[in-house]
Design a binder for this molecule. Structure first.
Ligand code: KIV
Length: 295
């Protein structure tokens, strides 16, 4: 890595002001879309922070796109904290949000508060996210009252995949839509600073966004939200198992990686790698001396 690259990156990073929950609110007021992506490691967090992302979510999607599980349920607090720390080392300006994993906040309000605190104390995060509406109001209130910014998550809540009968869109009937709106209002009242709306009809997401004062971050919820989030491995085409309908692939890194690995294997096989420029020289004089030593 050249020193020029390091100094360019450092000055870019230093020139950007830290994004806070206040920035989120101001962006909503100005009608400027908030940008958010997931990250789970240091280099990715650094790249998106340098690109100017507003917020980075260390999502429990980690379970699926990095750890290879079928759904998000198996990932633990320890695993989430391990990846949160890596992201925190890479991103200095974006608002960092740690995603509370399954069973880290459902058992009791006390446990929810303690685990939320760990994301800030041990994970280097600025805020936490948790899934659910009215049934989580007490936990949201307790965490927010402790000074920890809370992001809600409504609609398709992947930790309830078994209860929802699969990864399917939510809020498509009049009664489900009304319940979603009420949940959004309850989370706002409980002290959430923002909320994710996942896989809900675009017109409902827009209606909710206009009827609450906190910013909504949509994923599969149309342009009427106050911001957008995507799972980075989907955006980069790194996660090949399936691609949700609402994803736009901005790259196809799975294919790029496959190509690079195949080429490497072929070149090593054919002894085309390493080439002269990758090898370390030894002077003839030293080589002759060595040969005399070992005779
Ligand atoms: O875990 C995650 O990546 C998420 C996003 C889909 C919002 O919750």
């Amino acid at each position: 890595m050249s020193t020029t690259t390091i100094s360019t990156n450092t000055s870019q990073r230093d020139s950007r002001k830290k994004v806070t929950t206040l920035t989120f609110r101001q962006k909503k007021e100005r009608g400027e879309p908030i940008t958010m992506l997931t990250a789970y490691d240091y280099p990715t967090a650094m790249a998106m922070d340098n690109a100017g992302i507003d917020s980075i979510l260390v999502g429990d999607s980690l379970a699926m796109v990095v750890l290879g599980y079928e759904n998000t349920l198996p990932v633990t607090m320890e695993e989430m904290l391990h990846h949160a720390r890596a992201v925190a080392r890479g991103a200095k300006s974006a608002l960092l949000v740690g995603d509370m994993p399954f069973m880290s906040y459902q058992v009791s309000v006390e446990e929810a508060l303690r685990n939320a605190g760990r994301f800030l104390q041990q994970g280097g995060m600025d805020a936490i996210k948790l899934e659910g509406g009215r049934e989580r109001a007490d936990a949201v209130r307790a965490i927010a009252n402790a000074g920890i910014p809370v992001m809600g998550h409504l609609g398709l809540t992947p930790q309830s995949v078994h209860q929802l009968g699969g990864f399917r869109a939510q809020g498509k009937t009049a009664s489900a839509a009304k319940r979603l709106l009420e949940d959004a209002q309850i989370l706002e009242e409980a002290g959430a600073f923002s909320l994710v709306l996942e896989a809900v009809p675009a017109k409902l997401a827009e209606y909710i966004s206009k009827h609450i004062s906190i910013p909504t971050i949509g994923i599969g919820a149309g342009t009427g939200c106050d911001g957008q989030v995507l799972v980075t491995h989907d955006l980069l085409g790194l996660f090949d198992r399936f691609t949700p309908k609402f994803v736009r692939k901005y790259a196809n890194l799975h294919e790029t990686m496959n190509h690079a690995f195949t080429e490497y294997i072929n070149e090593v096989g054919a002894k085309h790698f390493p080439a002269v420029e990758h090898t370390i020289e030894m002077s003839e004089e030293e080589w002759e001396a060595f040969q005399k030593e070992v005779k």
